[in-house]
Ligand binder design. Structure first.
Ligand SMILES: [Mg+2]
Length: 213
């Protein structure tokens, strides 16, 4: 699992991996009266609950449009992600963000440009400043389809890919030989052969760098 000395190219997913919507989701779901009586904090649990409601699939898509668009500035960087990017910079590991994201959400009356919104969020969190995350804007890719995302990961010749969605790694055509790291703060729902599970960015960092941060 260690990064070999030599070529180091790390691919990272964006939504729910680099940026976290958990609190924003709970706030918005509550505001719309979509939450169950019992407390829920896990994003997956909330999503599944909403989707099972009448018109739930549409409600979920509307919520997603809001979180990824008009309200993205209320989302927060994943805990430890800033330290991880800084560590990559110190170790000269190249980082690319590869996100499956359509330009516009189907159920968004405001027609917010989701790519611009994500870039603006990254800019306001200093992703593109050398004293910040030190990422190049040219290293950010939005792909409208999951197949496009897989093709991009392949073309970039990433040595590792970090994603919160198990489905990414199960996609046919996911490049062989790439180290798969699932960012799963509450644990995966299925066993995934060949996938390393990481509960936090600190966990990912310790797995990748010999000397730790
Ligand atoms: Mg994701």
């Amino acid at each position: 699992m260690r990064v070999a000395s030599g070529r180091r190219r790390l691919g990272v997913d964006f939504d729910n991996t680099v940026v976290r919507y958990d609190e924003l989701l709970l706030r918005e779901a509550k505001r719309r009266g979509l939450l169950p009586p019992k407390a829920m904090t896990c994003k997956r649990e909330v999503r599944d609950w909403i989707r099972r409601l009448p018109e739930g699939e549409r409600e979920w898509q509307r919520l997603q449009a809001l979180m990824y668009g008009a309200k993205i500035q209320e989302a927060t960087p994943a805990p430890g992600v800033a330290e991880f990017f800084a560590c990559c910079r110190r170790h000269a590991v190249e980082v690319f963000i590869v996100s499956h994201k359509t330009r516009y959400a189907a159920l968004d009356d405001q027609a917010v440009d989701l790519w611009d919104a994500a870039m603006a969020w990254m800019r306001s969190h200093r992703f593109f400043e050398m004293e910040g995350f030190g990422l190049s804007p040219q290293h950010v890719y939005f792909e409208p389809t999951r197949a496009g995302k897989i093709a991009r990961i392949s073309r970039l010749d990433c040595t590792h890919f970090i994603d919160d969605l198990e489905e990414t790694f199960l996609e046919p055509g996911f490049p062989e030989g790439i180290q798969k790291i699932l960012y799963a703060t509450v644990g995966p729902s299925t066993h995934l052969p060949g996938v390393r599970i990481a509960a936090s960015w600190r966990d990912i960092m310790e797995g990748l760098f010999d000397a730790g941060p």
